[in-house]
Design a protein around this ligand. Sequence first.
Ligand code: HEC
Length: 186
Amino acid sequence: MRLFSIFFLSMLVFASCNTRQKISDEEVLEKGAAISGKLLTALLSELTAEINENGVAEAINYCALEALPITHRISDEEGVVLSRVSHRFRNPLNAANEAELKLIENYTHLQQAGEPLSPVVVAGRGTKTFYSPIVLGAPLCLSCHGSSVEIDPRVMAVINERYPDDRAVDFNLGEVRGMFKVEFKD
Ligand code: HEC
């Protein structure tokens, strides 16, 4: 009888482990795109509102203070770990790791070959991570990430002061700038 209960209990535990919901790649792609879109919309609307109201030199201060808090707020709302990562980062907290550098390099090659850039899902231990490329798509981006000799000197002054190790200038329009990263529990 005792043996039977142990057997029965272990079957129950086994069954409950087995029924734990795993997230599918399709779901990661779908939710990852929606959450990255939410971050992009939030950042862009804040950025354009600030630029229109106070100009680029003020907007960059605002961006420096608010980009990460906005990102963290959306992470909490969505129950994921959300970030932007880059090979040529401005904020060292956004530096891409080794594996991410390879993904960015791959996106850059695809882009140079004129191939489409699609999001990917990377499975880890207990996680699935969504990555999608960020391309410098609008001339607006160049006012803070474009040629360092063309950027307004007041903007350059803020960049140099706030980000002594900045690597995020001298990008061209259309270049891969980094990736959205959304980490889900699996
Ligand atoms: C007003 C200046 C400004 C403009 C315009 C701007 N950025 Fe940024 N960008 C920043 C600052 C400042 C940071 C660092 C934010 C931080 O400290 O978290 C940043 C960070 C980033 C990052 C995160 C990786 C990193 O390097 O830290 C990406 C990706 C990025 N910008 C892409 C863009 C794109 C794409 C555009 C155009 C749609 C754009 N930026 C326009 C100022 C700007």
